[in-house]
Design a protein around this ligand. Structure first.
Ligand SMILES: [Fe+2]
Length: 183
């Protein structure tokens, strides 16, 4: 990821720290933009007897995650950076694969979304640790967003869990594997 040269930043923050925080924020902006678009794709493509409940469960997640993107982008601007919000740049910068499931059953999509949320949340948690030494204000935003994402992840996983607490997606390493196991 290209480092942005900042002309100013927030008072009391060393410039080098601010540059790294902007990079981390841009990575989360890419992740949340990708996530809210992916969630809409799922909202449109689920089929089967549980269509309406899953279709309707997804939209509040889209709205919340879209709000996260806005907060992350505005934090970049607050720190003197320039948020990058265009799709081509997002695809160039991301280090994860495009969501790969098209029209499929609610269980298949929920299985794949379990993997999607695992990836997004793990990255948030790594960056929360790094922010410990860089910027506690940005860290606070990341913690609040992770709290919501973990709740949404539970909504997904509650559909994949048996009464003993085991997940149908256990051991899956790809979205396709998870979708097959859950379906
Ligand atoms: Fe809709």
């Amino acid at each position: 990821m290209a480092t942005q040269k900042l002309k100013y930043t927030t008072p009391g923050m060393p410039e080098a720290d601010a540059q790294r925080v902007v990079e981390i924020l841009q990575d989360r902006l890419n992740a949340t933009t990708d996530l809210h678009l992916t969630l809409k794709h799922v909202h449109w493509n689920v089929v089967g007897p549980h269509f309406i409940s899953v279709h309707e469960m997804i939209d509040p997640q889209v709205d919340a995650v879209r709000g996260f993107s806005d907060d992350l982008a505005e934090r970049i601007a607050t720190l003197g950076g320039s948020p990058i919000g265009t799709p081509g740049k997002l695809v160039e910068a991301r280090n994860w694969d495009e969501y790969s499931i098209g029209r499929d059953t609610t269980q298949a999509h929920l299985g794949a979304l379990d993997l999607v949320y695992q990836g997004v949340i793990s990255s948030y948690r790594e960056q929360i640790k790094e922010l410990d030494d860089l910027d506690l204000v940005t860290q606070d935003m990341f913690i609040a967003q992770t709290d919501q994402l973990e709740l949404f992840h539970w909504f997904i996983r509650a559909h994949l869990e048996d009464k003993g607490g085991a997940l149908s997606t256990a051991g899956a390493h790809t979205e396709v594997e998870a979708a097959q196991q859950a379906g």
